[in-house]
Design a protein around this ligand. Structure first.
Ligand SMILES: [Zn+2]
Length: 254
């Protein structure tokens, strides 16, 4: 996971920031950074739901006026998309969790078999973070007495053994985020009167994409305007292309 949230750096003193730039997996402030990552993933998942479902229903609307066809296509797209997102997230988080667990198991074994070398390692890592040799040694000893595995996990691996991401949570979160996004174009196209269907859908989708583009830029501490422009352009392109394809097929009587 990236650590580019606005949280990082905000509360740090400058001396700390110098090391922070290299220590990408720095644990300080990790909880806030991970919450921001979750929020960002949710916004991006919703964005995916909006764009892919909008492209789908607008494309079908290019070929047919039939409301139940639109509903069927949109609903199928919503379910297929949200389940595929959930499955993908489940697989990737499970893999990450497996490798984190393997790293923790290795660390546990090293701590058992060579505690002296591990104490030295922790000392050096703390020194790299700006402590003097003496203070680093003392800190390493105290951390080792309290909870050696946790200390090594956080300082050395950059993970918190008590807060490994649950793959089911990640899967449900993306399922839910995608579904919320997908509902917007689906409801817009199914509930609007036939003559207003396309304009209502296109406008509400573009407005929503301004929102998700702005939110994701903000959560990633990036500039908002270019993110919004890219996001809206991408969505508009998707709808234009699928509408064109649908209209061609419809005109050809396929
Ligand atoms: Zn270690």
């Amino acid at each position: 996971m990236s650590d580019q949230g606005p949280a990082n750096g905000a509360k740090h003193d400058p001396a700390h920031d110098a090391t922070h730039d290299q220590a990408h997996d720095e644990p300080h402030g990790g909880a806030l950074a991970s919450r921001l990552n979750w929020l960002r993933a949710a916004v991006l998942g919703a964005n995916d739901g909006i764009v892919s479902t909008a492209g789908l229903v607008v494309g079908v609307a290019g070929a047919t006026d039939d409301r139940s066809t639109l509903l069927t296509a949109g609903l199928a797209g919503l379910l297929a998309g949200s389940m595929s997102m959930a499955a993908g997230e489940y697989v990737s988080v499970s893999t990450q969790r497996d490798s984190e667990k393997a790293a923790l198991a290795l660390e546990r074994r090293e701590l058992r078999e060579q505690p002296e070398a591990e104490l030295e390692e922790l000392t050096e890592l703390l020194e790299e973070r700006g402590l003097s040799r003496k203070v680093a040694r003392e800190a390493a000893q105290q951390l080792t007495e309290r909870d050696a595995l946790r200390a090594h996990a956080r300082v050395e691996l950059g993970i918190d053994p008590d807060e490994l991401t649950n793959p089911w949570h990640a899967a449900w979160a993306s399922f839910f985020a995608f579904t919320v996004g997908a509902l917007l174009p689906l409801l817009a196209i199914v509930l609007s009167p036939a003559a207003w269907r396309l304009p209502v859908t296109v406008v509400s989708v573009l407005v929503a994409l301004v929102g998700t583009g702005w939110q994701s830029a903000r959560l990633g501490a990036a500039r908002a305007r270019p993110a919004v422009v890219r996001n809206v352009t991408g969505g508009a392109l998707a709808m234009a292309v699928t509408y064109g394809a649908g209209a061609l097929l419809g005109a050809a009587g396929v």
